[in-house]
Structure formats: structure tokens, C-alpha cells
Design a protein around this ligand. Structure first.
Ligand code: AMP
Length: 217
């Protein structure tokens, strides 16, 4: 299974991605999580990315993102498949993913496009909490941690992502519409797109995806 998850920020790609990766036994590759981790640990990539204001909702330049994904995709755990969450986000990124896969004589199994009303997306943003330590994600109402404000895995304090503040969310949605939404047409033309109604509970949405993707390998 070589999967790409598409959809606006806050639609629930990270939550579904973690479940789907577990279900299909493939690694979930989140470029956003890779970048946050690189910044947290002060790596070279982290220092480079810091100048691009991701905390304000701006995209990292294509060449940097593509290089990071290329390195990640060549790691052994991706040999039997992968799930991309947050990549590609632009047409040049989609073209280079296609190129990377061609070289490895692989192809995308499918692109899952999560669609939900704006109201749902805004609700998901406002309740989202993350663990800065291990990247796990919670929602105060729909997916609360066992102990309020504490990560189930490392027990550290949960935070609101700085780019989940209302003004940055507005900018992220604008950038999504301008640069990422055209990918729906891009993948639609290749008959690779599976659109999923992402309104509802985590379980319902997961079942809808499995229902659509179940027969694909
Ligand atoms: P995410 O966790 O997917 O919402 O990503 C957080 C932020 O990281 C985004 O708002 C962008 O600033 C940056 N980012 C993540 N993936 C990409 C990408 N494929 N292209 C450009 N910027 C990205």
C-alpha cells in the first residue's frame, strides 16, 4: 500500500493516518511532524526550516520538502509501503513523488481525499492538543487523553500547536486553497482519488476509508 492523504489542515489526516498506518502495517510519514521534530531537536534541517515561518502557516519551499521526503522514502521501513500525511502539498511536490516512485518501480495505490465542512474543521482545530515530546495528537472532546492535559504515552504536558491559533488557521486554510487544493484535480485526472466524507466520529471515518480502500493492494 502506497498511500497519500489529502485534505485541508485540521480535517483529521493525522488521526486517520495513524490508524491506517497501523491497519496496513506501513509507516505514516508526516512532513509537518518531521519538521516540528527537526526544529525541536535543533538539527540542520530544523535550522533551515526555522526561517520559513511554519508557525505562521507558510509552506516550506518545495526543494527542501522534496529532499527530506526522498531521504525518508529510501529508509528500509518504507520498502513495503508508506502513508504520506501532508505531502505532496503542491503540484511540483506531486510531480517529484511520481518521479521518486517511478525510479523505485512503484506506484501510488491511492490518494485519500478527506472532505469536511469548514465548521467541522474549525471545531477540530480548536480542540486539538499535541504532545511536543512524541507528537501524539488528542482532541479535548472527541479523543481526550486518559488524564486531562497529559500525554497517554509519555505523561508529559499537552499543548496547543502554535499554528492552531485562529489567525494562523485562517492563513493555513488560504495557503491550502491556493497551493494544495489543485491536487484534487491533479489526482482526479489520474483516477487515483478516493474522496471520503470526513464529518463524523473517528471510527466512522476510519470504516469509510477501509470500505473504499479495502480491496486495493
Ligand atoms: P502539518 O503538520 O501537516 O499541518 O504541517 C505543519 C506545517 O509544516 C505546514 O503548515 C507547513 O508550514 C509545513 N509543511 C508540512 N508539510 C509541508 C509540505 N509538504 N510542503 C510545504 N510545507 C509543509
Amino acid at each position: 500500500m502506497n498511500l497519500v492523504l489529502l485534505g485541508p489542515p485540521g480535517v483529521g489526516k493525522g488521526t486517520q493516518g495513524a490508524r491506517l498506518a497501523c491497519h496496513y502495517d506501513i509507516p505514516a510519514i508526516s512532513t509537518g511532524a518531521m519538521f516540528r521534530d527537526a526544529i525541536l531537536h535543533g538539527t540542520d534541517l530544523g535550522h533551515t526550516i526555522q526561517q520559513y515561518r511554519i508557525e505562521r502557516g507558510e509552506y516550506v519551499p518545495d526543494d527542501i520538502v522534496i529532499d527530506a521526503v526522498q531521504k525518508r522514502l529510501s529508509e528500509p521501513d518504507c520498502a513495503n509501503g508508506f502513508l504520506m500525511d501532508g505531502f505532496p502539498r503542491t503540484i511540483p511536490q506531486a510531480d517529484s513523488l511520481e518521479h521518486m516512485l517511478q525510479i523505485q518501480q512503484r506506484r501510488l495505490t491511492g490518494v485519500i481525499n478527506f472532505a469536511a465542512p469548514l465548521e467541522t474543521i474549525v471545531k477540530r482545530f480548536s480542540g486539538r492538543r499535541v504532545c511536543p515530546n512524541d507528537g501524539s495528537t488528542y482532541h479535548v472532546e472527541t479523543q481526550p487523553p486518559l488524564h486531562a492535559g497529559r500525554c497517554d504515552l509519555c505523561h508529559g504536558p499537552l499543548l496547543t500547536r502554535p499554528d492552531d491559533s485562529p489567525d494562523v488557521v485562517k492563513r493555513r486554510l488560504e495557503v491550502y486553497l491556493e497551493k494544495t487544493e489543485p491536487l484534487i484535480t491533479y489526482y482526479g485526472k489520474n483516477n487515483q482519488l478516493y474522496t471520503i466524507n470526513a464529518d463524523g466520529t473517528t471510527d466512522d471515518i476510519f470504516q469509510r476509508v477501509i470500505g473504499k480502500m479495502g480491496s486495493l493492494k
